[in-house]
Structure formats: structure tokens, C-alpha cells
Design a protein around this ligand. Structure first.
Ligand SMILES: Cc1ncc(COP(=O)(O)O)c(C=O)c1O
Length: 390
């Protein structure tokens, strides 16, 4: 395609970037299912050599991914956790890493069960509090990893203030942007160094692909990630890359509906007699509502608050009976797909977090996480109401 003009809008770019038309004239990027590529001679190669290093479908996807986050470089991975692992592999024994305390349970497991003996020191801290971050920084701190909004308590870290604090100290800031998607938050533009996505979620959008992504501007981080991505072998399959290129074309439209449905449902839950707590950054009583309003913007510059709501049912409601009454709303892990999903973080996504830690964080047995889909919002509300009043 023709080079993007500077003023081309996000919606147009998300459809056309990486949409390469080959000599057949096919209107959609072709899918190249091959593990290896013919070389012209024993001593020379062309653009692609072997599919673990890259191929035409992955390359097209990475061009699109870079555009999504206004990044110079982007990397596709086989899962969000593979992308997360690549970030941590950038550091060496003796380095110190700070992580949001209320992080996705899989990241907690990666750090405490897999990487704990590898010589990098990790500390989980409250990244909503700048003073706690300041006090936790050591001489050997090399990275602060923020999950904002966090999973499942939707705590917000101030990306630009944390980045301003870290830049003079040469500490990298990485942001898990899975919950907002690039249509709701652009961490690199707020000063962060690395953006991570579980593209399994909003970017894939249909609960049918497992994949991840990293986006960076800095050449030296890009070189490290290139080596890790190629060497550790965690690229997605070309088929998943092709599906992602398809998904991304409707990302803006889907996300707009996810977010507007979530705002309506959060306000409805707030007024429900049997709901004791509603956590949604769009509600004025959310402790970091003002930061969310400032940093979470859609491509038109309007504040947006995400498609995830966590809410707690009062003790009179039996959560298992509640779950049995659900019909369209599916009880399942994951989020960000067109279908509404509900989960109980205590026993599902955060099962690996020790009981004491969960209690400290406020992840109770009656706390449910709703990933609001793009169904008709009235149907979702009437189903929730029926289930709560079972
Ligand atoms: C915020 C967040 N980050 C990372 C991940 C891990 O992504 P994946 O399941 O694609 O490996 C998840 C998965 O639920 C998540 O919710």
C-alpha cells in the first residue's frame, strides 16, 4: 500500500497497515504457511530464512502492531506470557525489577515459581503510589512493570509520572496494556519504554486466538527482544498472525462498544441492592478515576474507561447459583472477546496467588470479574439481574 500519510486516522490505519497486496492481487494479506524459505545459494539468503525468525505473515502483523502503539518496532509472540517472559529475559543476575502488586496471576507465577532462582530480584509493590515506587527503587533497579488497569482490581498507575521518575535513573518502564487496548491507552506516548499486550484479548477479540505482542521505540531494547524472540522460539503461527490481521480491522469498533456497554453496566450494578462493591475506573468513586480520565484516551482523544468491571455480590447471594442462571454470559477465564465472559479471580485467574496475599489485596470469593462483550446491553443487564436474584 501507499505510505501512510502523517494525518491518516487510526481507524483507517488499523485496516490498511500490513495489508499487503501481492502479485495475485488478493485484497487481503496472503497467509504463508511454510516453516522454511528457499535460499538463492549456500552462502546467501533473502528476506526470510526460517519461520521461527520471521515470515511474510508475521512481518505484516508486526508492521500493524507497531502502528497500533505508535511504536518504531514491534514483536509478535505466541501468547501474552511469552511476551512477558521476553521482557524479563532482557535482565541479568543482580538486576532488580519492580512489578505492580495486583498483577495478572500468571505473571505472579512466572516470577515466583520460574524466575525466582535466576538471579534477578523482583519486588511486588503498590504502583498506584509514587512515594512507594520512589522508596522501592534501588541502585540496581532496571525495570518497573506496570499493569494498568490491573487485573482484577482495576488499579490505575500514573504512566507519565512513573516514566518521569524513571527516565533520569535509566530505569525502563514497561506497561501491560492488555486491559485498555491501543484504542484506550498509548503508554509509549505517555513516556513508557515497552508496551506489552496479551493480544489473546481485545486485539484478537473473538476468544479464538492465543498470542502476545511487545512494542518499543528504543533500538537497544529492540535488538535485545529480537534476539530473545528468535532464540527462545515463541512466535505465533502464521495462521494466528493472519487471524490477528483480520481482527485488528474491527478493533476500534469493537472496543468502542465494549467500553460503552461497560459504563452502562457499571452504573446499573452500582445501584443494585445485592452488589456491595463495584470497581470500574469510569465511576467517580474509583480511587484513581482522575488519572484514568487523564491517561486513558480513545483515538479521538476522549476519556475511556475499559470493558472490564469487577463487582462483589453480597454474602446472601450464592455465587454458584448465580453462575448457573447465566445464559449468554459465559463462565470462563480470559477477557476482551465479543462474547461477555465472567470469572471468579479468587479461584480462577488468581488461584496461584496465596490466600493471604489475595485477602490483603481484597480479592474475595464473592468478587467477580465481568468482561463486557458487545452484545445488546439490555440483554446483558436482564441476564445479570435474573442471576443475582436467582
Ligand atoms: C493483563 C494480562 N496480562 C497478561 C496475560 C497473559 O496473556 P496470555 O494468556 O495471552 O498468555 C493475561 C491473561 O489473562 C492478562 O489478563
Amino acid at each position: 500500500m501507499a505510505k501512510n500519510k502523517k494525518n491518516t486516522k487510526f481507524l483507517t490505519k488499523s485496516i490498511h497497515t500490513g495489508n499487503r497486496i501481492d502479485e495475485t492481487g488478493a485484497a487481503v494479506t496472503p497467509l504463508h504457511l511454510t516453516s522454511t524459505f528457499r535460499q538463492p545459494s549456500f552462502s546467501s539468503s533473502e528476506q526470510f530464512v526460517y519461520s521461527r525468525t520471521g515470515g511474510p505473515t508475521i512481518d505484516a502483523l508486526e508492521e500493524n502492531f507497531a502502528m497500533l502503539e505508535d511504536a518504531k518496532f514491534s514483536f509478535a509472540f505466541a501468547s501474552g506470557m511469552a511476551a512477558m517472559s521476553a521482557i524479563f529475559l532482557m535482565f541479568k543476575p543482580g538486576d532488580h525489577v519492580l512489578i505492580s502488586q495486583n498483577v495478572y496471576g500468571g505473571v505472579f507465577r512466572l516470577v515466583t515459581k520460574v524466575l525466582n532462582d535466576n538471579g534477578v530480584d523482583f519486588d511486588f509493590i503498590d504502583t498506584t503510589n509514587l512515594n512507594i515506587i520512589k522508596d522501592s527503587i534501588r541502585n540496581n533497579t532496571k525495570l518497573i512493570h506496570l499493569e494498568t488497569p490491573s487485573n482484577p482490581l482495576l488499579e490505575i498507575a500514573d504512566i507519565s509520572s512513573v516514566s518521569k521518575l524513571c527516565k533520569p535513573k535509566n530505569i525502563l518502564v514497561s506497561v501491560d496494556n492488555t486491559f485498555m487496548s491501543p484504542c484506550g491507552q498509548k503508554p509509549l506516548n505517555l513516556g513508557a519504554d515497552i508496551v506489552m499486550h496479551s493480544t489473546t484479548k481485545y486485539i484478537g477479540g473473538h476468544s479464538d486466538i492465543l498470542s502476545g505482542a511487545l512494542m518499543v521505540n528504543d533500538k537497544s531494547s529492540a535488538e535485545k527482544i529480537t534476539l530473545i524472540q528468535n532464540t527462545a522460539g515463541a512466535l505465533p503461527s502464521p495462521f494466528d498472525a493472519w487471524l490477528l490481521l483480520r481482527s485488528v480491522k474491527t478493533l476500534s469498533l469493537r472496543v468502542e462498544r465494549h467500553f460503552s456497554n461497560a459504563m452502562i453496566i457499571a452504573n446499573w450494578l452500582k445501584n443494585h441492592k445485592k452488589v456491595t462493591r463495584v470497581i470500574y475506573p469510569g465511576l467517580k468513586d474509583h480511587p484513581q478515576h482522575a488519572i484514568a480520565k487523564k491517561q486513558q484516551k480513545n483515538p479521538e482523544g476522549k476519556s475511556v474507561f475499559g470493558g472490564i468491571i469487577s463487582f462483589e455480590l453480597n454474602s446472601a447471594v450464592n455465587v454458584n447459583k448465580f453462575a448457573k442462571k447465566l445464559n449468554f454470559i459465559t463462565l470462563a477465564e480470559s477477557l476482551g472477546g465479543v462474547k461477555t465472559l465472567i470469572s471468579c479471580p479468587y479461584s480462577m485467574t488468581h488461584a496461584s496467588v496465596p490466600k493471604k496475599e489475595k485477602e490483603k489485596l481484597g480479592i474475595t470469593k464473592n468478587l467477580l470479574r465481568l468482561s463486557v462483550g458487545i452484545e445488546d446491553v439490555e440483554d446483558l443487564i436482564s441476564e445479570l439481574d435474573l442471576a443475582i436474584n436467582h
